[in-house]
Design a protein around this ligand. Structure first.
Ligand SMILES: Nc1ncnc2c1ncn2[C@@H]1O[C@H](COP(=O)(O)OP(=O)(O)OP(=O)(O)O)[C@@H](O)[C@H]1O
Length: 276
């Protein structure tokens, strides 16, 4: 373990595990604050693309998090021969995946609009800074101790800007945009597509593009045949469906940007929330 990390933090129990490492509770020697440390095992990074992404994760998280109320805050980074350690705010959760599945059915529109506004706020700021997250999914959106949403895991993120597009197959089958599946060049609107899938899932309780295997899911995504089955969506407002259509628009040039989503009447009107 890095000498600096050992000096500055006491490491506690493991709280989660990812592909390349684990997340532990940790305690700051200076302030006594309880935080989380994500430790990435560099020896498990055999693929050069994975190695490149992980090496950029700390830098991109720092850039995305600064003054961004809905991106997990990063306190310190340590690196040694075998590992990279990111000291992060400890998020008690749950993540949005467990929150949605724990409801056992659709989420009421005012609540879904409030959650979507926080996620889009995080993404709009990332996009303004030239960062695309590229793995937006409910598991990467967690509740903090104040009940606010935080976007986490910039391990697939990439920088774009100055007309630069991105390439590369990253993301998670249900949430990935068609231009990524098709191996085309793409921009930051891949994140808006993924957030649109989350919105559909919150309001309908099922994913918009379904398949039994990853290949079948990709085929459904590329077909992009967006339907609102009436047995599920009959009570969902036309404004919510309008926003979903604009986020899950196959043509990325016509797809809403994160800023446009934030200005949509359904978000501005709090999903039809009654004034208090
Ligand atoms: N800041 C945090 N506070 C509390 N728990 C966290 C924090 N960040 C991540 N976790 C937990 O640790 C688990 C592992 O996170 P990590 O980002 O390493 O991997 P992952 O996103 O699950 O997987 P992968 O990186 O393989 O896609 C997460 O599922 C989450 O439950």
């Amino acid at each position: 373990m890095s000498e600096g990390l050992k000096r500055d933090y006491e490491i506690g129990e493991e709280i989660g595990r990812g592909r390349f490492g684990a997340v532990f509770r940790c305690y700051s020697a200076e302030s006594g604050e309880t935080l989380a440390v994500k430790t990435i095992d560099k020896t498990r990074l055999t693929d050069p693309t994975d190695r490149q992404l992980v090496e950029r994760e700390a830098k991109i998280t720092l850039l995305a998090a600064a003054g961004n109320p809905h991106v997990v805050q990063i306190h310190a980074v340590y690196e040694d021969d075998s590992s990279i350690h990111l000291v992060l705010d400890l998020l008690p959760g749950p993540d949005l995946f467990d929150h949605i599945s724990g409801r056992g059915g659709p989420i009421p529109e005012p609540e879904a609009a409030a959650l979507m506004a926080q996620l889009m706020d995080a993404l709009a700021t990332c996009h303004q800074r030239g960062i695309a997250h590229r793995d937006v999914k409910p598991d990467n959106v967690m509740f903090d101790s104040r009940g606010r949403l935080q976007l986490v895991d910039f391990g697939s993120a990439e920088c774009f800007g100055d007309g630069r597009t991105m390439r590369g197959m990253v993301g998670t089958p249900y949430y990935v945009a068609p231009e990524v599946v098709e191996g085309r060049e793409y921009g930051e609107k891949v994140d808006v597509w993924s957030a649109g899938v989350i919105l559909y899932l919150m309001l309908g309780g099922i994913p918009p593009f379904y398949g039994e295997t990853a290949v079948e899911i990709f085929e459904a995504v590329v077909r992009g045949n967006l339907r609102f089955p009436s047995r599920i969506f009959s009570s969902v407002s036309p404004a919510a469906k309008d926003l979903i259509r604009r986020m899950l628009c196959r043509d990325a040039s016509r797809r809403f940007s994160a800023d446009q989503v934030l200005r949509h009447p359904w978000i501005v009107g709090g999903g039809g929330a009654l004034p208090t």
